[in-house]
Design a binder for this molecule. Structure first.
Ligand SMILES: [Zn+2]
Length: 276
């Protein structure tokens, strides 16, 4: 039962299972490619639920599988960019970031014929060390970004960043930022917006968070990766802190996602933000 009228943003960081593990993209060729069947499965889940999403597609994936990106766009989903090589932005030079961003936008626009206006950073890696990326995004035609996580994490986060959509002044005009949703509980900001948090917390907690946020008249954003509904993807040795969350509770995720899509109203981020 959909509780109320607030429309939340549904977003997918569209990459294969081995691409978000801090393995350099020059070493990706040896891993089992599963994005086509898993991506199609996700598209089927959305089609059944009658919802559309924003897919932040990795440029590398788009180059390898243009037909899959065409299917995403043909199903009415928004195509945004997730960069090209899934490298932490604060470990890149501004020049390399710009080059990869433009490459990803070019390939996506060639495939879909539509302008790319949304961006999500790999690993939410726009932090105080990489705020310069926002200027480059605006310069590249990006109108909204969804990369800043207002929490503290070993890999990402600007703890004191605003929690709701706001305009960032770049040198050339405003860029809309939609921070990754957190829930204020007992004076703390709890990350409840998706990914590993969605798999680790009981579903009831995610539902309570979305209900509470929507009851306050706010839209939440939800994010997931295709491999999170693929419990059978290969298990490889990983650093402990990554392995602990990467493989956790994958078998339950698709069912939970289906429940979430029934319990709440969702649309692509561009539509919720009314970015034209
Ligand atoms: Zn990613």
């Amino acid at each position: 039962m959909r509780q109320d009228a607030v429309t939340n943003a549904l977003t997918i960081d569209f990459e294969d299972w081995y691409q978000g593990l801090e393995i350099p993209h020059t070493q990706w060729a040896g891993f089992e490619d599963r994005i086509v069947p898993v991506g199609r499965r996700l598209l089927a889940v959305f089609a059944e639920a009658g919802v559309r999403a924003t897919f932040f597609v990795l440029g590398y994936v788009a180059e390898q599988h243009p037909e899959l990106v065409r299917e995403i766009a043909a199903a009415g989903h928004e195509v945004g960019t997730h960069g090209y090589s899934h490298t932490l932005i604060y470990q890149q030079s501004p020049e390399l970031f710009r080059e990869e961003l433009l490459r990803s936008i070019r390939v996506l626009e060639e495939i879909t014929g539509a302008a790319v206006v949304g961006h999500r950073a790999p690993f939410f890696s726009i932090t105080k060390k990489s705020l310069w990326a926002l200027d480059i995004l605006h310069e590249a035609g990006i109108r909204y970004d969804s990369s800043i996580f207002p929490v503290r994490n070993y890999r990402y986060g600007i703890e004191d960043a605003p929690r709701w959509p706001y305009d960032v002044e770049t040198g050339r005009g405003p860029l809309r930022e939609w921070p990754i949703t957190t829930w204020q509980v007992g004076g703390r900001s709890l990350p409840v917006a998706g990914g590993a948090y969605f798999r680790i917390y009981p579903y009831a907690l995610t539902r309570a968070a979305f209900r509470s946020i929507n009851a306050g008249g706010r839209a939440a954003l939800f994010y997931l990766h295709p491999w999170e509904i693929d419990p059978h993807h290969p298990k490889i040795p990983l650093p402990r802190r990554i392995a602990l969350t990467h493989y956790f509770n994958l078998g339950a995720t698709e069912g939970r996602l289906r429940r979430l899509l029934k319990d709440f109203r969702f649309a692509p981020m561009r539509e919720v933000l009314s970015v034209s």
